[in-house]
Design a protein. Structure first.
Length: 81
C-alpha cells in the first residue's frame, strides 16, 4: 500500500543517511522502525491502578464535611509537630 506522510527534513535526511550507510533503502528502514515500535508497544504492559477500596461507611462523623486542614489535624493529633 502506498501512503503519504510528512516527516521533518532533518529526520528524513538522517534516515536516508543511515539507510545509505547500512546499504538498505529508506522504505526498508522505515518499515523496520514501524515494526519494532509496534512490537514494543504490544509488549508494554499498561499501568492499572490497583483497587484500594475498603469496606466501611465513609468518613467518621467527626471528620465528615471537614476541610483538609481539619482532617490533617485529626490524623496527626498526638504525633508530634
Amino acid at each position: 500500500m502506498k501512503t503519504t506522510i510528512e516527516i521533518p527534513d532533518t529526520l528524513i535526511r538522517e534516515a536516508k543517511q543511515v539507510a545509505s550507510d547500512e546499504g538498505t533503502t529508506l522504505k526498508d528502514l522505515v518499515e523496520e522502525g514501524l515494526r519494532r515500535l509496534l512490537s514494543h508497544r504490544k509488549e508494554a504492559v499498561a499501568f492499572k491502578l490497583k483497587k484500594a477500596a475498603f469496606k466501611g461507611k465513609g468518613l467518621q462523623a467527626g471528620i465528615r464535611g471537614g476541610s483538609w486542614g481539619q482532617i490533617r489535624e485529626i490524623l496527626y493529633e498526638g504525633r508530634g509537630g
